[in-house]
Design a protein around this ligand. Sequence first.
Ligand SMILES: C[S@@+](CC[C@H](N)C(=O)[O-])C[C@H]1O[C@@H](n2cnc3c(N)ncnc32)[C@H](O)[C@@H]1O
Length: 392
Amino acid sequence: MTSSPATPGAALPAAPTAIEDGALAAILADFDLAPADLGARARVTASAGDAPDLRERLDEALPEDGLALVVVAGERDDAALAEERNRLWPLLHVVAIYDLSAAGVRRRTLGGREVVQHEAHAPAMVLAARRKTHVMSPDATVEKFDQNASGWNGEAGSAGYPHFRWMRKFVADFAKTSKPSPSVLDFGSGAGWVGIEAALRLGARELCFFDPSPEMVRIVEDNCRANHIADFTGRTGFGEDPPFADHEPFDLVLSSGVLSFSPDPERWFEGLASCVAPGGELVIGDIHRESRGMRRRRRAKPLLPVRELNAWTRDEARRELERRGFVHRAGAGYQLTRPIPEAMYVNEAKLGGVLTTPLLLANRVASALDRGLGSPLQGQFDSWVMRFERPV
Ligand SMILES: C[S@@+](CC[C@H](N)C(=O)[O-])C[C@H]1O[C@@H](n2cnc3c(N)ncnc32)[C@H](O)[C@@H]1O
């Protein structure tokens, strides 16, 4: 785990217990910091139940790229740690948890667990957190998606690939524009599969796409060539300031799984709206913050990807678009919620894909049913998709 050497200071809230100097040094070292770096260190104390006040005081104490170490006394189970994490959000996002005990200092991140020091300490737990704005900064986004770009392209032949491609096709198939040879923009394209599926089906005259990650854009270009898309243009950029301002607005804009990554949704929605031509169509989809499975994960898991906390519900996103003059035409849930994602994980990690076909079938049937009924079942799905028109 690394952090910029310029990272100034740490805030240590939630006394009564402060951690021992040896444990503090081990945690700081994990972020490439030394106790001597803590010139601007602030100590903020708070008790349970005063989250807004705690966040306000942390907000005052913590620099933009600072690290907050939130100490909770004794041992806590995951549900209690998740509650602490929820208290810090939306100011801070927990990136690691340190477990101090007689066995030493153990670090937990989304990537796994590791012992970082073998010295015995009094039991305590430390949540390491950064500002949400720092975790979701443009630089952090580019770095994260450049690193994971091939993962977002999917691995043809793997147990999860049929579901991966089906999800992109489900979103792309929401586009219904009757414009002949429409111009199409994939807004936050990732590896580009949503835009490519839509462009092929609708006979698009051109496919444009952008993504913050240059590596993603390169992969989409390869995917376009492999899928015989004749006219395509890829650029790097962010939805908050879309890089196609010099292009006519598009007949069809698709944005799949991007909103939840935006640190500035107001500007993101403005950017999205500006790309859709009058009389044009918008298809937008993302994860559903309030599905049964997502709610349970927020209650039970102290470490979560930032997008799960930052996600929107379908109704919230719909209001933002209607406020900007868009007319809602259709919606559906897709990706059945718990326990289906858990079963898919077991299928892919342990069963070599023997359940891929029935699980995908369950998803296809449930999503088609929801769509056919006008989508009354959103809470049963981890993702939503909607189609809008922009009036002329
Ligand atoms: C979950 S992936 C989805 C990719 C693709 N649309 C799909 O459905 O497969 C999210 C993508 O959004 C991009 N992204 C993150 N923040 C963004 C922003 N503020 N504006 C536009 N794209 C963003 C990421 O680089 C990443 O490629």
